[in-house]
Design a protein around this ligand. Structure first.
Ligand code: ADP
Ligand code: MG
Length: 333
């Protein structure tokens, strides 16, 4: 990882020009509590970069430091080559920010929300009138232009928040849990819009505790837990590094899973890993996760040993498995 050179306050590391964001050993404390604990990462221009982690991991705190609305306790940061702490207004002018909680003006219409927001950036009214139409179309809200915000669905509000954040034509878009709380269909509409932004060259930095969202949207991500980075890579790379290709999920009933876990470990361990590519078993309250490159073969070995699971499911490994491997916990709500 490149590092920031502090002499004369300039970034002089090789390739630093291509970095949208660089964080080096960034820490945030609230009193005695450390919310962000010395994290370092770099986001390349045009990349979709994610912070994936459970509630309380420090994702929103990190986003607020990037967005120049919260001061660091220590460490260094550059956003579009600028220090958000000393050059807040210039940084904010180049960012689009979608906070975890929508903060739209409920009193105004959909269209007025975009125009008013643009006024904060000092953008001329004539520019904003045209821009609002363009953004409403992008957000698929043209038919709602004159509606009150309070009459919008959750997905529409989220799309309006994104449209509004684009009013200053930002080079970097910060999205804090862009689709949390939305139904699956509304999430897919939003993901489609974000894909388009990515294709148009906007740098996306998003936080999520949904592994499917991270897999869908992120070129690269860091897995965060308790304010620290547990791993970094592409979704596929992280899965390759920290999990097996496939997973077999078996259920024997709540009261039997733990005991069966130990028995199956022995069965699969004894069978050897050449046919199954067996790695290990995770025991969850409601099911066992058998990590094996060839999950069908692992199921065959389990059946051959005389064990009869109530249900079995073969699937590909996901970032959920990566998180479980790294932290011993599941990511889900
Ligand atoms: N203003 C604050 N004062 C004290 N603690 C805070 C404050 N903001 C966040 N925290 C704590 O910092 C931790 C990280 O919070 P946050 O960054 O919101 O996590 P995430 O967005 O990953 O869910 C949490 O334990 C939270 O309670
Ligand atoms: Mg948060």
């Amino acid at each position: 990882m490149t590092s920031i050179t502090t002499s004369a306050g300039a970034v002089s590391a090789p390739g630093a020009r291509d970095l949208a964001i660089e964080a080096v050993e960034v820490t945030k404390r609230y009193g005695d509590f450390t919310a962000v604990d010395g994290i370092s990462f770099a986001v390349t221009r045009g990349e979709a970069f994610g912070l994936l982690g459970p509630n309380g991991a420090g994702k929103s705190t990190t986003m607020r430091m990037i967005a120049a609305v919260s001061a660091r306790t220590s460490g260094q940061m550059r956003v579009a080559g600028l220090d958000p702490e000393t050059e807040g207004p210039r940084v904010r002018a180049r960012l689009g920010v979608i906070p975890q909680q929508d903060n739209l003006d409920e009193e105004l219409t959909v269209r007025e929300n975009i125009i008013m927001y643009g006024r904060y950036f000092g953008l001329p009214r004539r520019f904003l009138l045209a821009k609002a139409d363009e953004l409403l179309e992008f957000a698929q809200l043209t038919h709602k232009a004159s509606a009150r915000v309070e009459d919008l669905s959750g997905g529409m509000k989220r799309r309006l928040t994104i449209a509004r954040a684009l009013v200053n034509e930002p080079e970097i878009l910060l999205l804090d849990e862009p689709t949390t709380g939305l139904d699956p269909q509304a999430r897919h509409v939003l993901w489609d819009r974000l894909f388009r932004l990515k294709e148009s060259g906007t740098t996306l930095v998003l936080t999520t505790h949904h592994m499917d969202e991270a897999e869908q949207l992120c070129d690269r991500l860091v897995v965060v837990d308790h304010g620290t980075i547990m791993a970094e890579g592409s979704p596929a790379g992280l899965i390759r590094e920290h999990s097996t290709r496939e997973v077999l999920e078996v259920r024997f009933g709540m009261d039997r899973n733990a005991q069966l876990g130990a028995e199956l470990e022995e069965v699969l361990g004894r069978a050897g890993d050449t046919a199954t590519g067996y790695s290990h078993i995770e025991v969850l309250p409601d099911r066992l996760l058998v990590y094996a490159a060839h999950a069908e073969a692992a199921l065959g070995a389990i059946h051959a040993s005389g064990h009869r699971p109530m249900t079995s499911l073969v699937r590909r490994s996901s970032l959920e498995d990566v998180f479980l491997r790294l932290t011993g916990r599941t990511l889900v709500d």
